[in-house]
Design a protein around this ligand. Structure first.
Ligand code: 4NP
Length: 160
């Protein structure tokens, strides 16, 4: 497999994309391909830069065995479009915002949507859990586990 560098992007980089990074890292480890895929995450907003992920997200993820360790940072177009192979947004707004930041068609070609890799197709976006209750965090992890399975399958397929 050619080494793939994945960047998960949401609005604040404290809920969805840090969880995506943690879930995907666990899948990568299980598959034994840690040396072939790397994961990072970033937010469209820099509002929470330097902060740990939201404690609710960390706790819900930990209940399923995922340790969310990332520190929030703002998406940096000048760096990130070159440093990553796939830039994976969580919802329409993330995708629109990322598209507005592209410099070239190559940049545009790197943008994809987390739920494009879903196998169950229950949602076509990962809903923002920030202003809601615990069920929203559980739903995010359900959707991410499924989409990360699909993403892993995609990476294995394109590496053949
Ligand atoms: P995230 O959730 O995009 O999944 O990290 C949010 C976190 C913070 C805010 C919005 C969404 N905020 O407006 O502060």
């Amino acid at each position: 497999m050619n080494k793939k560098r994945l960047l998960f992007v949401c609005l604040g980089n404290i809920c969805r994309s840090p969880a995506a990074e943690a879930v995907m890292n666990a899948k990568i480890k299980n598959a034994g391909i840690e040396n072939q895929v790397t994961c990072d995450s970033a937010g469209i907003l820099g509002y929470h830069s330097g902060e740990k992920a939201d404690v609710r997200m960390r706790n819900h993820a930990l209940k399923r065995g995922y340790k969310v360790t990332s520190i929030s940072r703002k998406f940096n177009a000048a760096h990130d479009f070159d440093a990553f192979d796939m830039i994976i947004g969580m919802d329409d707004q993330n995708i629109n915002d990322l598209n507005l930041l592209t410099r070239t068609s190559a940049d545009k070609g790197k943008i994809c949507r987390m739920t494009d890799f879903s196998t169950q197709k229950l949602y076509n976006y990962i809903p923002d859990p920030y202003y809601g209750g615990p069920e929203g965090f559980e739903l995010v992890i359900d959707l991410l586990e499924d989409a990360c399975d699909g993403l892993l399958g995609y990476l294995k397929k394109v590496s053949k």
